[in-house]
Design a protein around this ligand. Structure first.
Ligand code: ZN
Length: 221
C-alpha cells in the first residue's frame, strides 16, 4: 500500500490543532503549513511552532505578507478593532481570497513533498459569513487544484459541519481535549488557552466549550 501523506493548514488555533490530531491519526505522515501574513499577534506563529514541535510534526512557515499588503484588515492592523459584521455584512476580520491563497499554496507544497491529502479546519456551521469557508468553495478549489497540477489531491474538512461544541467533542475523541484547551490560541487579543473572554473568537470558543462540557458531564444544557 502506498504511504499516505497529508499537509495540514495549521495556525495554532483550536480548529487547526484539532485537525492536526485528526490527521495524525488518519495518515502515516503529516506535515503542517503555517502562513505568516503579519498577524497582529506574533505569538500566533510562536504558538503554532511550539505545538508542531511538541507533536513532532514538521512545519513549513510560509511568508504571506503580500496578503497584508493587498488587504489590510483587523487581524493584521493594530489600529483596527475587530468588529462583527452588521446585517449580513462580513466582519472586518475577513480577508478577501485568504483561504483561496492559503489552500492553493498548501497545494503547491503538497505537490512538492509528495502529499496527496490536504487538511483544513474551515467550517460552514459557525461561520461568520466568510464565503471561502463554505463547503462548495472548498470542493470547487479541490477540482481546480487537481486540474492545475494534474494531481489527485483530496482536501479534507473534518470540521465543516461541526459546531464549536462538536469540535471540542472531536478533540476529546482524539484524546486531545486538554492539549487543545491549554495550548492553542484562538483569541483576537493574543491570549493563549481560554483567552480574553471578550472578543468574538473567545466568545464562540467559550460557548462551545460550555455546551460540550455540559454534554460531557451528562447535564442538560
Ligand atoms: Zn479573546
Amino acid at each position: 500500500m502506498k504511504k499516505e501523506k497529508a499537509v495540514v493548514v495549521f495556525s495554532g488555533g483550536q480548529d487547526s490543532t484539532t485537525c492536526l490530531f485528526w490527521a495524525k491519526q488518519k495518515f502515516q505522515e503529516v506535515e503542517a503549513v503555517t502562513f505568516d501574513y503579519g498577524q497582529r499577534h506574533r505569538l500566533e506563529i510562536a504558538c503554532a511552532k511550539n505545538i508542531a514541535e511538541e507533536l513532532g510534526v514538521k512545519q513549513h512557515i510560509l511568508d504571506m505578507q503580500l496578503l497584508n499588503q493587498l488587504a489590510p484588515n483587523a487581524l493584521t492592523r493594530e489600529d483596527m478593532t475587530v468588529k462583527a459584521g452588521a446585517d449580513g455584512e462580513l466582519p472586518n476580520t475577513f480577508v478577501p481570497g485568504r483561504n483561496l491563497l492559503f489552500l492553493s499554496f498548501a497545494g503547491v507544497l503538497a505537490s512538492q513533498i509528495g502529499a496527496r491529502h490536504i487538511v483544513t479546519g474551515v467550517c460552514e456551521t459557525d461561520f461568520s459569513g466568510y464565503p471561502d469557508c463554505r463547503d462548495i468553495f472548498v470542493k470547487s478549489l479541490n477540482v481546480t487544484l487537481n486540474l492545475s497540477m494534474d494531481q489527485q489531491f483530496v482536501i479534507h474538512t473534518p470540521l465543516m459541519w461541526r459546531n464549536k461544541a462538536e469540535t471540542w467533542a472531536l478533540a476529546d475523541e482524539l484524546g486531545a481535549f486538554d492539549f487543545v484547551r491549554e495550548k492553542t490560541l484562538t483569541c483576537y487579543n493574543g491570549i493563549i488557552a481560554d483567552g480574553c473572554g471578550e472578543c468574538p473568537a473567545c466568545k464562540l470558543r467559550k460557548r462551545g466549550l460550555e455546551q460540550y462540557l455540559a454534554i460531557r458531564n451528562g447535564q442538560p444544557e
